[in-house]
Ligand binder design. Sequence first.
Ligand code: KIV
Length: 291
Amino acid sequence: MSLWTPKTAIKGHNSKRPSSGLDPRELLGPKGGEPIVGLTAYTAPTARCLDRHIDFMLVGDSLAMVLYGMETTRTIDLDTMIRHGYAVSQAASNTLVVVDMPFGTYEHNRRIALENARRVMDETGCDAIKMEGGAELAGTVTAAVDLGIPVMGHIGLMPQRVKSAGQFKSKGHSDVARRRILKDALAIAEAGAFAIVIEGVVETVAAEITKATPVSTIGIGASAACDGQILVTEDMTGMFDTFKPKFVKRYAELGRLMEEAVIAYASDVRARRFPGPEHTFKKRAKKPASK
Ligand code: KIV
């Protein structure tokens, strides 16, 4: 059974983003410098806001839950990821853009994985893709890298393997789990990934992986031991409040600010305070006819 999504996406264009010239390996690869800063971006306005302040932005498949209100990330399709990837890539001119390969588009068949990865690169204009998976995915990562497609790995808690919201649990508590995650990290690094996201992993294991792998580790719920950090922008700005994972720090309460704005607007409309004269088009005075 092929899970490949047919090409129906953005009508009639490939990406028009001029090559960003950003080299993921050069930008995120080296270890030991300042911590790497990543955030998710799903839309052009968010991408413009992040563009000068961070090292990379991820068009994460978390948009399934955050933007589309789905229970897990497993139900978002390739065309939707491409549309958001395109919007973000066009709006980001300084920052490396990575786009998630969604569930079912790369795990089962290497040829299909490469076709889909190529579509994401060509149709969004992004700089790299991200795939969730451990040692079993290493061959696909190498094949993509050999084709010139930069790959970011993602190990530990892999949301695409979570079938219901209650299964989002941290990893690496037992010695068996520790060894498996370490093996995954080494296999993905060896396969040619330029960086690896470690999600929801206990601190000691994240530290061990960061020490053992030659490529940068990007933590989300994986402690300060990683070479960099990423958060979902809507989590850390308070726009998504369905639930708040332990590892999220809220830097703003934009959801509350938005609700206050909505309440003020509704009250103005009901009291006929909005729109005012400054928001209203007046009929232009007729020009006198020239003689
Ligand atoms: O989909 C996502 O947002 C991710 C994270 C690493 C935040 O994969």
